[in-house]
Design a binder for this molecule. Structure first.
Ligand code: DON
Length: 329
């Protein structure tokens, strides 16, 4: 016998109840440390905790500090990569950066030994290379173009935290070292400062959990913002971006993430994790206490639970995969 179909509002409530239970359970987790290698990040409120889930139909559920502002940090890497693919094309981008998981920390000073290029665009070396490509192609308008894509995907104008940007710029010696090594292997062109500056600025974009969930829903909706109807990202670029987020988005935790959660995702040391359920959801958790790999501890727990409770894993036996063609016939 068929299961009775829940009314839309009853389903909203059922989903809200299940999400809220996940939120409440994770509230008790106090482990981890806020990032302090960027002095300004050490000042964030460690207790902050928010969840936002946005659907490709425009629905939204929020819990806790879903409107608290934080810097996007490495979550920006998926948007800049997507933009570079669209503007420069696959060949140019993959000539400069690979797509293999590195198995190393996000700030590792290591390149693929076979190609002498960064392993992938989700680690710092790869993201700085992507920033260099965007800067080269767009000149001084690169930052405005990137911010515009972020804003259109989120559905509201976003800006940059100047204190975090200045803090990153003035203390980012390791990233500066990486940039000079990229220059040495030919992945970046001289001078490296404009590329680094774009990278520091993109990491300092201020968002809240709702923004990132909506950006995730735009990616899940193959590049079209579900609320505004705006075509924000190129279709083919979204496919490549989600693939690289799936394999490399959680740094040296990416393998475990694929096993336990099984959706494309990207984390940032500001405490955000963005997850994308293809054709269905954008999910963001915000909690700035991190594990030693730089991933939010509460965020990891929430995503594991959501994957189990809602069957989100790409290879979950109840997951029928894309419903795209079903909508067309
Ligand atoms: O490059 C950095 O150090 C930061 N601006 C971004 C790093 C980051 O978010 C890595 N994430 N886990």
């Amino acid at each position: 016998m068929n299961q009775p179909v829940l009314e839309r509002s009853a389903m909203d409530e059922a989903v809200r109840g299940s999400l809220e239970a996940v939120y409440r359970r994770a509230l008790d987790i106090r482990a981890g440390q806020v990032a302090d290698y960027i002095p300004e990040l050490a000042r964030v409120e460690p207790e902050g905790f928010g969840i936002a889930v946005a659907t490709t139909e425009g629905r939204l559920w929020t819990f806790g500090d879903a409107e608290a502002a934080f810097t996007v940090q490495s979550v920006s890497k998926c948007v800049s990569f997507c933009l570079a693919l669209e503007l420069l094309g696959r060949d140019r981008v993959f000539e400069a950066v690979g797509v293999e998981p590195s198995g190393d920390a996000f700030n590792a000073i290591v390149f693929d030994p076979h190609t002498q290029r960064p392993f992938n665009p989700m680690v710092n070396a790869g993201a700085i290379t992507i920033a260099g490509l965007l800067r080269e192609a767009l000149g001084e308008s690169a930052e405005a173009t990137l911010l515009d894509r972020f804003s259109r995907a989120a559905g509201r104008p976003l800006g940059i935290s100047d204190p975090v940007y200045v803090s990153e710029r003035d203390t980012g010696h390791r990233n500066r070292a990486i940039a000079h090594l990229l220059l040495n292997v030919g992945a970046l062109k001289a001078p490296v400062e404009p590329a680094l500056d774009l990278y520091f600025r993109q990491c300092s974009i201020l968002v809240n959990a709702i923004d990132l969930a909506r950006i995730g829903a735009t990616l899940a909706n193959i590049g079209r913002n579900p609320l505004s109807g705006d075509y924000v990202f190129d279709l083919a670029a979204v496919r490549d971006t989600l693939a690289v987020m799936f394999t490399c988005g959680m740094y040296d935790y990416s393998g475990h993430w694929a096993l336990d959660v099984g959706i494309p995702a990207k984390s940032g040391v500001g405490g955000g994790i963005l997850g994308v359920v293809n054709r269905q959801l954008g999910i963001c958790t915000y909690s700035p206490r991190l594990d030693p790999k730089g991933n939010s501890i509460r965020g990891l727990e929430v995503f594991r639970r959501l994957a189990d409770d809602f069957g989100l894993h790409a290879f979950e036996c109840t997951n029928y995969g894309s419903s795209f063609m079903k909508g067309m016939i």
